[in-house]
Ligand binder design. Sequence first.
Ligand code: ADP
Length: 533
Amino acid sequence: MASHRSESARVLPPGMSAARFARSLAAFEAIVGAPNVCRGGAALAPYFDPFAPIEDASSFAPSAALLPADVDEIRAILRVANAARVPLWTVSTGRNFAYGGAAPRLAGSVVLDLQRLNRVLDVDERLAWALVEPGVSYFDLHAHLREHGLKLWVDPPAAGWGSVIGNTLERGFGYTAYGDHAAAQCGMEIVLANGDIVRTGMGAIGTGTAWQLYKPGYGPSFDALFTQSNYGIVTKMGLWLMPAPPAYVIGEIQFAREDDLGAIVDTLRALQLGGTIAQHAVIEGAIRRAASIAPRSRWYAGDGPMPEAAVAAMQRDLDIGRWNLHYALYGEPDVIELQRRQVERAFAVVPHARAFAKRYAGSEEPQGGGERNMAGIPSMSAFRMLDWPGGEGAHVDFSPLCPADGRDALRQYALVKARAAEYGFDYYGGFTAAGRCLHHVFAAIFARERREDAARAGDLLRALMSDARAAGYGVYRSHLLYMDYAAAQYDFNDGALLRLAQTVKDALDPQGVLAPGKQGVWPAAWRAMRGYT
Ligand code: ADP
């Protein structure tokens, strides 16, 4: 376990002596109290990446973790960090699994864990918004709405235990009409590296009434600057919630053949841009669909990728499609019934397509995890995927953006499947369709204790990123291991975008204390660490 390793080889912030670090830790302890400082051993174990796609499971090791109670403590921590140049790595609940968990990009950083700031500060049922702190998970917010009898839905991501703020800042997504989390965010409170507290948009009017209603405010608009960035510590965030619909339909359409993917994507794009399906829909490959039901050994026990014949047999056994489209419709029963018919009619052009639909009153709850997500109920069912290889599973994700064009989807699919097979992995993947583009997410799943498989998954990821770039595609998110590599691929005009990001970084954080290296953005103080893992 990582905890033993962390005890045996104590990691320090780069360039800092043990004595100086001990003095910083004592100063941090005076701010947050001894129980809220994790110095090593079991207390620090949660801050290592449990899914590290690299031979040494203790890579990206933190030196310590701090759990402040409020904004004042965060500001006091920043004073110490700036004075001693201690790199901090902010997490809200640290469940960013498959992209690094709570672990920092720069080994030796101190993790700033905001899980104790966990209040739902306000919810307005009429105007349908909530204001939350970083430690509020999707489960928490959902429970809060239930307890108070509020007729609003959250939009859960695949695993409901994560933080609303953490997921939104990483531009995560879900499956209801509010599935684009960054788009449904409105208003933030941010502590800057110099300790200044900023409220964005209408929140800058001290006695304001519209912080959670109108994102831009007046003048330059900043919210997006704080997503996937290391420019500040977000301590409050507003988000829009979906008014509970009177009824909803959850539909599944199964398609028999691999190359149906092109027609599925083209048909779906027309339905989404035309407004019939107003929210995300998910096109799930057969293996991902099967992994929610049983481990792979039920159909294939060999090493390497599952052969085509085994996939076909599995498909028959489970009576599922090679591709399985999941979509939902929300609204008045007769309106969504018409929409459902329109959707099914549109997909009937694909030979052998089989359509299923379940109708629910707004107050009814589906049973299956995926369906519950579409009904605004957080679940942990996505974790069943970890059972796929047998043993305690882990995964890393390759997440290229894909134009919503059948040819692009087929091209990406063929590319990923072939490369994954070469490295010994099944194509466990699917596409979340969002109108003009698709989030293509492929997961390389491996058994955690087989470190050579973990390293191979990491190597595969790098090969995939390079393949994708050569074909003109880029990833929307990346594991710590490849943050620099991903950023370097956005290379127009000799990397002008990254130069801009660094200019902003140096202006806002001259000592470079906030999340050095996040998304490939290194402050001047640590720029020599780029590429180093
Ligand atoms: P979740 O638990 O929802 O998966 P995390 O807490 O792991 O999310 O956060 C994901 C990433 O988002 C972190 O690694 C960090 O880079 C960034 N992040 C999370 N919370 C904050 C915050 N409050 N302020 C700034 N950045 C944050």
